[in-house]
Design a protein around this ligand. Structure first.
Ligand code: 5AD
Ligand code: SF4
Length: 453
């Protein structure tokens, strides 16, 4: 997953804000917006917790390991804090188990959810009122006023040539394993105008590559100026007209909401990058049904075929869950078979993690941890071999790279190809934020190596 850098400002005379964001790109985007929001209140972002005045943990609740990490981080941050450091827990853990957070860690004064972070300055002011024991006031706010949030956030500050832009939030799909519909609320789409305005603002600050974000981004149905619902395809066509915007991507898509207009764009709209993240989760129709996924293996594969007809070399990315309740060895083998038909360029695969309050958590025949681990290892081995094969196809080819910063080695730059592969090559710093041509000479699991042309 792409990591979002929060712009680090000079901290002189300012209060220090440390934000740690966990989980998905939507959270990474939210963290950037929190930093934008706090800047006018005198907070400058720092890159670690030491000596911070305000520590925000922007949490993820999607799997149990994500929960554990937050609590262990909280303990560590507390050790490095000052007596009057304020700790705030936001994101999906804040939303789903705010009370428990407060009970489990007395350091935490503020709990909020993904839809209330625009009220952070207000929470901080309230929390800073100390009681007779000199303790901060506890503040919790986990409402769902989604559109109010966007209206009250300041204009987004760009950091470099790539940016995320949230166009749709929430989820109405209720996959039986997933907490997102409960933590992020119902699907809502921002208006076409609001999205265009944000995109124009980002481009005016030098952004060339925008990734449109939404939990079900292709279910986007924001209103246009005539109060008609617009599709994602229509929105992308409008965005593509913005001069200076060179690259458009979108994530995450649901297989049930991919329409032909969107698929066509992969051929007709040169600014739409050849990259599609389309989770399938399982290759067994029985499991997909139990997951309430509203698509079949065949309908998914048919979509992939259609997309490849329009854009043969497209990079396909997927999400997978192994060890869902009742998953047999045969179901698992069906997942491997489906994967073998797709040839993924990248992927995210997980062992099923029962989430409190979701229907799958109380289903009979939960799969034991050892089996889950074995299945995950088998699936990941196959996916990694596909990923490597995809990267190797670029050896000897010239790719266009948007340079995002320095590489790990001296004189090395790093950027992203149109297919969203990381590319390292030697070059001078003046190329940062430019699109350059690089001839690929080496391919690894997670990156390409090339020479600047
Ligand atoms: N257990 C394991 N993986 C999960 N995901 C969502 N919920 C769970 C869960 N309970 C995975 C899905 C989803 C991705 C964001 O996280 O694959 O697409
Ligand atoms: Fe979760 Fe399913 Fe919604 Fe994705 S589509 S956020 S997996 S409920």
């Amino acid at each position: 997953m792409v990591k979002v850098k929060i712009q680090e400002n000079s901290t002189q005379g300012k209060k220090k804000l440390f934000i740690k964001s966990y989980g998905c790109q939507m959270n990474a985007y939210d963290a950037v917006r929190m930093a934008d929001l706090m800047a006018p209140h005198g907070y400058a972002v720092v890159d670690n917790e030491k000596g911070a005045d305000l520590v925000i943990l922007n949490t993820c609740h999607i799997r149990d390991k994500a929960d554990e990490k937050v609590f262990s981080d909280l303990g560590r941050f507390k050790k490095h804090g000052k007596p009057d450091t304020l700790y705030a827990v936001g994101g999906c853990i804040g939303q789903a188990m705010g009370k428990k957070v407060m009970q489990r860690s007395n350091a935490v004064s503020i709990v909020f959810g993904p839809q209330t972070y625009h009220r952070l300055p207000e929470f901080i002011a309230k929390a800073q009122v100390k009681d007779e024991n000199g303790k901060f006031t506890k503040v919790t706010d986990t409402d769902f006023p989604e559109l109010e949030k966007f209206d009250s956030l300041p204009t987004q500050k760009a950091d470099g040539a790539t940016a995320f832009l949230s166009i749709q939030e929430g989820c109405d799909k209720f996959c039986t394993y997933c907490v997102v519909p409960y933590t992020r609320g119902a699907e809502i789409s921002r208006t076409v105008d609001a999205v265009l305005k944000d995109a124009e603002n980002l481009v005016s600050q030098g952004v060339k590559d925008i990734t449109l974000l939404g939990q079900n981004v292709n279910a986007y149905n924001g209103l246009n100026n005539n109060d008609e619902a617009s599709s994602l395809a229509k929105l992308i066509k409008k965005l593509a007209k913005i001069e200076g915007l060179e690259r458009i991507r979108f994530t995450t898509s649901h297989p049930a909401n991919i329409d032909d207009d969107l698929i066509d764009l992969f051929k007709t709209e040169p600014k739409l990058m050849p990259y599609l993240h389309l989770p399938v989760q399982s290759g067994s129709d029985k499991i997909l049904k139990a997951m309430n996924r509203s698509h079949t293996v065949e309908s998914y594969l048919e979509t992939i075929r259609k997309v490849r007809e329009k854009c043969p070399d497209i990079a396909i990315s997927g999400d997978f869950i192994v060890g869902f309740p009742n998953e047999t060895e045969e179901d698992y083998m069906d997942t491997l078979k489906a994967v073998a038909q797709v040839n993924y360029a990248t992927s995210y695969s997980f062992a099923y993690s029962p989430r409190p309050g979701t229907p799958a958590a109380v289903m009979q025949n939960q799969v034991d941890d050892v089996t889950k681990k074995e299945r995950l290892a088998g699936l990941q081995a196959l996916l990694e071999s596909q990923q490597e094969a995809f990267a190797k196809k670029f050896i000897g080819k010239t790719v266009k790279v948007l340079v995002t910063g320095k590489g790990k080695k001296q004189n090395q730059l790093r950027g992203h190809s149109e297919h969203n592969l990381v590319v390292n090559f030697e070059g001078g710093d003046r190329l940062i934020n430019e699109i350059v041509e690089v001839k690929i000479e080496g391919a690894y699991l997670k990156s390409l190596l090339g020479i600047l042309l």
